[in-house]
Write a protein that binds this ligand. Structure first.
Ligand code: TXA
Ligand code: MG
Length: 351
């Protein structure tokens, strides 16, 4: 399949025509990769099972792993799900934006879109290209992250092109994604409380300004125990794993530096804060260094993480060392993605 690429930096006459053409491709049953404020999405018409099935095929994704449906207006959620008060409170505060809400599905969303579940995940992205595409189609777009299953979610068009060329009809290159980690996912419970299934830019603290309770699903921070069922099917799969072993270090900066300095290993890489790069350079060791961004700037770290993991795969490395993020605020999203990429390998030096 030939993949057409549209490069769009702003909405103008030319790009709106390209978005309309992309919507026509979706209407004809095709696949379109589009930018969002989190990561790139691999889209198809969410209301037609024959379209949605192509997503699973293009990604190599297991059929029981449900998709998020993307809408242009938060109020449209009621057309496809049974919305409740708490949904509208969340919508008012956080939408359009990087929040996905799981609610009971109506029949107009096919089972293939929801991986056979009775619920469906809904999100209204803030990226204007994404919203213009949904509006042009005039239907919700089902879209997982536009990576091949098992590689990190794409945050730049080059990542999408590497994974999806020849597998999709159109790629809309909208530049680097603003945030860089996938949306926060919550499920609305019968009592109106929320369960956090995946942490993201909208933090637990943010959610608590609207909801009376936010329970954090075990799989967000811990390994699933044998026989335990993941609340979100995607959580049971190993994710974002770089080909070299990733090891997280829970330590003060000086302990981290000393640990690396004492290693007797070859072909190792270190992901570290901008402030510490010079110290690692001075260690007089063969290290590949990746700049994770400033220590206090978790937005910078979120934006860089997946791109760095992809970079490590281009090199011959045996092991990659990185700091273990804190579990607070945006840190929880970094923590969740990094422990999964590291398959929970953590070296703890803190007492
Ligand atoms: O930021 C994002 O959310 C991106 C952009 C493209 O919107 N999308 C994304 O989709 O990350 P995906 O498919 O890579 O991750 C969606 C996660 C999966 O882990 C899936 O299992 C879970 O959401 N999920 C979807 N529907 C669900 C449902 N009804 N119940 C529980 N989990 C669900
Ligand atoms: Mg994904």
């Amino acid at each position: 399949m030939d993949t057409k690429i549209f490069k769009i930096s702003k909405l103008d006459e030319k790009s709106l025509a390209e978005i309309k053409e992309s919507a026509d491709v979706l209407r004809a049953g095709g696949l379109v990769v589009f930018p969002t404020e989190t990561v790139y999405g691999l889209g198809a018409d969410a209301t037609r099972e024959e379209c949605v099935r192509k997503i699973y095929e293009a990604k190599g994704r297991p059929q029981d792993n449900p998709l998020i449906i993307h809408i242009a207006d938060p109020r449209d959620a009621s057309k496809y799900t049974f919305t409740s008060d708490i949904y509208f409170k969340l919508a008012e505060r956080f939408m359009p934006g990087p929040l996905t809400v799981i609610m009971p599905s109506r029949d107009n969303i096919p089972k293939d879109t929801r991986g056979g579940l009775d619920t469906v995940a809904v999100r209204c992205p803030s990226n204007e290209i994404a919203r213009a595409l949904i509006k042009a189609l005039d239907r919700p777009i089902a879209a997982p992250s536009a990576n091949l299953s098992g590689t990190p979610s794409p945050t730049k068009a080059e990542h999408v092109i590497a994974d999806m060329s020849g597998r999709v009809d159109v790629i809309i290159d909208g530049g680097e994604c603003d945030f860089g980690l996938e949306s926060t996912i919550v499920r609305i419970e019968d009592d109106g409380g929320l369960t956090l299934l995946r942490p993201g830019k909208i933090t637990v603290e943010d959610l608590l300004t609207v909801a009376f309770e936010v329970r954090i699903a075990d799989a967000v921070t811990d390994k699933l125990k044998d026989g335990e069922v993941a609340l979100s099917p995607g959580m049971k799969y190993r994710h974002y794993a770089p080909s070299a072993e990733l090891v997280l270090i829970d330590a003060e900066d000086n302990e981290f530096i000393e640990y690396i300095n004492n290693l007797n290993e070859e072909n190792i890489a270190v992901i570290t804060y901008s402030e510490l790069l010079a110290i690692f350079e001075d260690l007089n060791k063969e290290l590949t260094l990746f700049d994770f961004g400033h220590k206090s700037d978790e937005f910078e770290q979120a934006q860089r993480l997946f791109a760095i993991l992809r970079e490590t795969d281009k090199l011959t490395l045996t092991r990659i060392y990185a700091p273990l993020p804190k579990k607070e605020g945006i840190g929880l999203a970094l923590y969740n993605r990094m422990i999964r990429a590291a398959a929970h390998k953590i070296i703890r030096m803190r007492r």
